[in-house]
Design a binder for this molecule. Structure first.
Ligand code: PMP
Length: 449
């Protein structure tokens, strides 16, 4: 691995290879080492790398017009993209473009607050969220994120700590079984709304499948239907953070489509441009936008690069590519094969406690003792070990350690590009198999585990 410059990394002690180029699901560094991208970067590069069709769309748009400002012009690319997203979405009516998932969460919070202000209920201000969650790094978004590692230094600046129980069947917060639990984790939202006072609560924000913080925590059947019903009963807006799950990643266009639930606001980002340019969006339902239209009619948010034509043209080309190649259906099929392969690995590696997810978004939780579900000592940094061992074996996977304050849990995300083929899937599984074996052997000789 090449020793890299210290100039550009927040982790001053880390060493990363310097990438040269990507092709399909592979990345190559400047030494010529090949890596299979088993997590699409940060669950972003949904189409892999090096697609001429996307590069051409970027080139053509750059020649036509490079930039327009959000209070002066829209562009055909932005207009068409908004239309296409609305058509695909579960009941959304309006779109606003931003540059990152964090910004999308920020706009969702502002829209929720403005909605209640326009309805004459400005005291409805609290935004509830789950103890295991991640909604972004900016301070508003971080405030509603249950991600200890990312928030603990700034707690003094943030909203109240997220308090709603996680939908986490492997370690049920109420020590219940999925078959007979009665969805107590969903009922916990009702309890927290009542504790806060429904007249104080603006919204509940949740990821359909918890990504960075919970390694693909997947809710039990009926969970989001019940959440929707509770939000309606207490007049609380439901914000779906689909930054990771949106636009095909879970085998449906939106994560909420798995349960036919229509949120009031949806944040999307990451895979929206498949990594070819930064872009994200917030989408709102007619209910929210009609109230704002009938009120002041003005939303005070946005950034210099909001709706940048270049990013919009790229995002449109990505949507075209996904549709033309039937990739959402392909994710569903490939996801089933990947799940079977990951479960097979779990059956032979004692350190894998749980495998969960949907489509091509899967998590593996790592445990010291499978029968007791006991966690490794967090000092051992087991997830990080697995990630760096995999990297040495030519496989990129994503560590998920947000649960650290609650369970000291180590987990990884496996989320390859939508276009991964059978042979590449085999290769990914073999490299993961080898890495799990090496980490388990290393732990065995270090701590006798
Ligand atoms: N929400 C979710 C669900 C995410 O996974 C992320 C990124 N991991 C964000 C928000 C923040 O997105 P960004 O890093 O683009 O600001």
């Amino acid at each position: 691995m090449v020793q890299t410059s210290m100039l550009i990394k927040p982790n001053l002690n880390a060493q990363y290879p310097v990438v040269d180029y990507g092709q399909g699901v592979y990345l190559y560094d400047q030494q010529g080492t090949q890596y299979l991208d088993g997590c699409s970067g940060a669950i972003v590069a949904n189409l892999g790398h090096g697609l001429k069709q996307i590069a051409d769309a970027a080139y053509e748009q750059a020649l036509k017009v490079s930039f327009t400002y959000r209070t002066q012009f829209t562009s055909p690319a932005a207009e068409t993209l908004a239309q296409r997203l609305v058509e695909k979405s579960p009941g959304m009516d309006w779109v606003f473009f931003v540059n990152s998932g964090s910004e999308a969460t920020e706009v969702a919070l502002r829209l929720a607050w403005q909605y209640w202000q326009e309805r004459g209920k400005p005291e409805k201000r609290k935004v509830l969220s789950r103890r295991v969650s991640y909604h972004g790094m900016t301070l508003g978004a971080l405030g509603v994120s249950g991600h200890y590692g990312r928030r603990h230094r700034y707690n003094w600046l943030l909203h109240e700590e997220p308090a709603v129980a996680e939908a986490y069947c492997y370690r049920c917060p109420f020590a219940l079984e999925p078959e007979s639990c009665g969805l107590k984790c969903a009922d916990d939202l009702e309890r927290k709304i009542r504790q806060a006072g429904a007249d104080q609560v603006a919204a509940f924000i949740a990821e359909p499948i918890v990504g960075a913080s919970g390694a693909a925590l997947t809710p039990p059947a009926g969970y989001f239907e019940k959440i929707r019903e509770i939000c309606d009963r207490y007049d609380v807006l439901l914000i779906a953070d689909e930054v990771m799950t949106g636009l095909g990643r879970t085998g449906e266009w939106f994560g909420m489509d798995h349960w036919n639930v229509k949120p009031d606001l949806i944040a999307v980002g990451k895979g929206m441009s498949a990594g070819y340019s930064p872009i994200a969006a917030i989408m709102a339902s007619e209910r929210v936008m009609e109230t704002i239209r009938a009120g002041s009619g003005v939303g005070v948010f946005g950034h210099t690069y909001s709706g940048n034509p270049q990013s919009c043209a790229i995002s449109l080309a990505v949507l075209d590519y996904v549709e033309e190649n039937g990739l959402v259906e392909q994710v569903r099929e490939t996801g089933q094969r990947m799940e079977a392969m990951l479960r097979q690995l779990a059956s032979v590696h004692g350190i894998v406690g749980d495998v969960r997810g949907k489509g091509l978004l899967f998590g593996m939780e790592l445990v010291a003792d499978r029968a007791k579900k006991s966690c490794f000592d967090s000092k051992l940094q087991v997830a990080n070990r697995l990630v760096s061992t995999a990297m040495q074996n030519g496989l990129v996977i994503y560590p998920s350690q947000g649960m650290v304050d609650l369970y000291a849990g180590d987990a990884i995300l496996v989320a390859p590009p939508f276009v991964i083929n059978e042979q590449e899937l085999q290769e990914m599984t073999e490299r993961l198999d080898k890495s799990l074996k090496q980490v388990a052997q290393g732990l065995e000789s270090e701590i006798g585990k």
